[in-house]
Ligand binder design. Sequence first.
Ligand SMILES: C[S@@+](CC[C@H](N)C(=O)[O-])C[C@H]1O[C@@H](n2cnc3c(N)ncnc32)[C@H](O)[C@@H]1O
Length: 190
Amino acid sequence: MLARARPRLLFARNFLANPRRVGSVIPSSPRLVKRLLGHTDWQKIRVAVEYGPGTGCVTRALLARLGPDARLFAFEINGQFVDYLRREITDPRLTVVAASAETVGAALAAAGIDHADIAVSSLPFSIMPVAVRQAIVHATADILAPGARLVGYQYSTTWLRELRHVFRHVTVQLEPRNWPPAFVFTARRD
Ligand SMILES: C[S@@+](CC[C@H](N)C(=O)[O-])C[C@H]1O[C@@H](n2cnc3c(N)ncnc32)[C@H](O)[C@@H]1O
């Protein structure tokens, strides 16, 4: 009980301190995480990148699905979340990168990796500065292998029009069993 309450408190405190960056007062529901990570053959994924892990509900689910030789690079700009993740999740497949998602290309290059097989986003794209989200979307298109996907969720679909300028194949599904209800999107690189 206490173990579940601690990350929720940390999450809520950081939302109150910076609502536009954290984007939600509570972590994603298990239903939303399941929908986000559905439709992917995780055993085929060698390199995954995650944007906005927060207190790690998506991170843990990713690690549970990925194979033993896979790598997961999780990009987080909130120092308290970075410290929490590094302390609480000691899986050797995970690298927590304390930097914005737009640095994904440089971080992978520093690890000797030239592409990722999937990008999983929890970023509040629709409320972040336009220049930052455009930089992240372009950086993601650059590092994804042909045919690979960016999957994520949003609380509104308006931003998805912009996403379609970079990724032409974008599909959306509603997940009502989350607060607030969320739209899960999948964008495939040509
Ligand atoms: C809605 S929370 C998602 C947390 C968790 N993954 C979940 O689904 O409950 C969004 C997270 O994105 C992080 N974030 C916001 N802008 C970011 C950026 N440019 N790069 C990396 N992380 C960012 C926030 O600090 C926060 O942890």
